[in-house]
Design a protein around this ligand. Structure first.
Ligand code: DOR
Length: 424
């Protein structure tokens, strides 16, 4: 649980550090940052010359599928995928089978994480029982058991009265309510974004307003209750505007964006690849630009993968019948480094902040910082490391990525959790 990481460019957004330093990790904690540090007896030295040393990345939105859908992913395989992708912590959504709507399921997830997980796992509890949107889940019990937020992600809580109560109930626990903002009536049978591409392909679309009406409703409910609302996988320019305006008014609303919504538009659906199908759908060019602006100006505080593993059989065949979602843990950081940072759409310190202080701050998690005493969770990047997306080499059990075959430069090269090297 001790390591000396020597001579790397330490990028710690929390303290504003961006300088070549040595980082000493002792007994699972950050001990010191400085120059010319020497390794105490028996402490391994990692040479990080020419590399970037960051607080461990935190994914606040992943689907680890255990319990219930272990053929797609397990906590062991999902956390290995996380480690390989540079993440030291993942928050796992409640849409498991059974749903994480009570303490027994949370306890099970945490036990499986202790037994076979290689990175930290923070469960997110359901808002409603069995994600049915009818009765509140055991919210107090979920908080006591260690859930870090509440969400029915994958489904929208359409009953505004119930959602108001959920927000009020969440308040004393200090946990955010994470919204999957999607009006099912407006979404109707839409399988992609409503626009020119959907028309040309002859596929039913769902308008941007599908998301925006629910973002607007949820902001009003957060304003009414004082609860912390977090918008999952924000995808439209209108949603970004609503969040920006609400924050300016002082509403406690935060948001995350996924790599696929930051990098792809609905044009990608022209390939008829079912791996371009997800909820929310890939949007238009203006939406992508707005997400990038929101990420840069802090309206969007976190990048989240929405890692959503599915079996090949659920992702082949007809586009309109494919399951929603893509895997993301192993591709997020390389893609963002090559496609956002390298061309200058986002600077590296901001990207690192959206992967560390952003998610840690909004879920009040212990990591995200290299301050002395912080958990010794570290991600080391090599900005010149060449990569190619090869789904057959994934640690994840699933292969459903729209980025297969892409290549670039810049990737995580080492992941350290609690002072222990977990990848490679
Ligand atoms: O594409 C998605 N897949 N979006 C969600 O919100 C849920 C997720 C899943 O669980 O597969």
């Amino acid at each position: 649980m001790s390591l000396l990481v020597r001579n790397g460019r330490v990028l710690d957004p929390g303290s504003g550090t961006d300088a070549v330093q040595d980082l000493l990790l002792l007994d699972g904690r950050v001990a010191r940052l400085g120059t010319g540090l020497t390794a105490p007896d028996g402490v391994e030295v990692v040479d990080a010359t020419g590399r970037v040393v960051c607080p461990g990345f935190i994914d606040l939105h992943a689907h680890l599928r255990e319990p219930g859908q272990e053929y797609k992913e397990t906590i062991a395989s999902g956390t290995r995928a996380a480690a390989a992708g540079g993440y030291t912590a993942v928050c796992c959504m409640a849409n498991t089978q059974p749903v994480n709507d009570n303490r027994a399921v949370t306890d099970y997830i945490l036990a499986r994480a202790r037994a076979g997980g290689v990175v930290r796992v923070y469960p997110i509890g359901a808002v409603t029982k069995n994600l049915e949107g009818r009765n509140l889940a055991e919210m107090a019990e979920l908080a006591e058991a260690g859930c870090v937020a509440y969400s029915d992600d994958g489904r929208c809580v359409t009953n505004a009265q119930l959602y108001r109560r959920a927000m009020e109930y969440a308040l004393p626990f200090g946990l955010p309510v994470i919204s999957h903002a999607e009006d099912p009536d407006l979404a109707a049978a839409g399988v992609m974004h409503e626009g020119l591409v959907a028309t040309e392909l002859g596929l039913a679309g769902q308008p941007a307003a599908t998301e925006e009406v629910m973002v607007a409703r949820d902001i009003l409910l957060a304003e009414l209750t004082g609860a912390h609302l977090h918008i999952a996988h924000i995808s439209t320019a209108g949603s970004v505007r609503l969040v920006r305006e609400a924050r300016a008014r002082g509403v406690r609303v935060t948001a995350e964006a996924t790599p696929h919504h930051l990098l792809l538009t609905d044009e990608a659906v022209r390939a008829w690849d079912p791996n371009t199908r997800m909820a929310p759908p890939l949007r238009g060019k203006r939406d992508v630009e707005a997400l990038r602006e929101g990420l840069a100006d802090g309206t969007i505080e976190a990048v989240a993968t929405d890692h959503a593993p599915h079996e090949t059989s659920e992702k082949e065949g007809e586009f309109a019948l494919a399951a929603n979602g893509v895997v993301g843990l192993e591709t997020a950081v390389p893609l963002l480094l090559d496609r956002l940072v390298r061309p200058g759409h986002l600077d590296l310190p901001t990207l690192v902040a959206r992967l560390t202080t952003g998610p840690a701050g909004l879920l009040r998690l212990p990591g995200g910082s290299l301050a002395p005493g912080a958990p010794a969770d570290v991600t080391i990047l090599d900005l010149e490391q060449p990569w190619a997306v090869d789904p057959t080499a994934f640690q994840s059990r699933s292969r459903n990525t729209p980025f297969a075959g892409l290549g670039g430069r810049g990737a995580p090269v080492m992941t350290i959790v609690g002072g222990v090297r977990v990848w490679p």
